[in-house]
Design a protein. Structure first.
Length: 169
């Protein structure tokens, strides 16, 4: 079975060169499109302590989490990871790689024998180092080709998502 698991952040975000208030985070928008195409469940990785709404405050916190390799407490409602063999893992590219909340989630779970299809949202940095990080964090999993989606274009990413899914399924 397959599932979409993602971390996303709404609130102030850097989109198309300016700060904009998002009611739905870019990664969540992409995750819902993917789950809909695959007709599979989607699970959100949610921080126990929410990130600030302010973009600048969040970027400073995210940078500190990454530099200090902090464990970020999270919840994922109703997820029994043992039920899923194939995971479509979504996250924003933060500071060139995985957000620490995603790292914390990956470190807390057994990825042996699972297949992970990463997708990330960004504003120009693509997948960054996230695929290499995934390979290091999940050596017993198969990491497939990732899909970078420019956050400012997520609403127009249906064709790119469908092409990726056709090639990756």
């Amino acid at each position: 079975m397959q599932a979409v698991i993602y971390f996303s952040r709404k609130g102030e975000n850097f989109v198309g060169g300016s700060i904009q208030e998002l009611t739905v985070g870019n990664t969540e928008a992409a995750a819902k499109k993917i789950a809909n195409e695959l007709n599979c469940p989607a699970f959100e990785i949610t921080p126990v302590v929410p990130y600030p709404n302010n973009y600048q405050e969040t970027t400073k916190l995210a940078e500190r989490e990454q530099q200090q390799q902090l464990t970020v407490e999270y919840t994922v409602e109703d997820l029994d990871l043992s039920r899923y063999q194939t995971i479509f893992l979504g996250y924003p590219n933060w500071w060139g790689g995985l957000p620490q909340i995603v790292v914390s989630f990956l470190q807390a779970n057994d990825w042996t024998g699972k297949t992970i299809y990463p997708f990330c949202t960004h504003e120009g940095s693509g997948m960054g180092n996230s695929v290499q990080e995934l390979q290091k964090l999940c050596p017993q999993a198969t990491i497939e080709t990732g899909l970078p989606i420019r956050g400012s274009r997520v609403d127009r990413a249906d064709k790119a998502i469908n092409n990726w899914l056709i090639n990756e399924k």
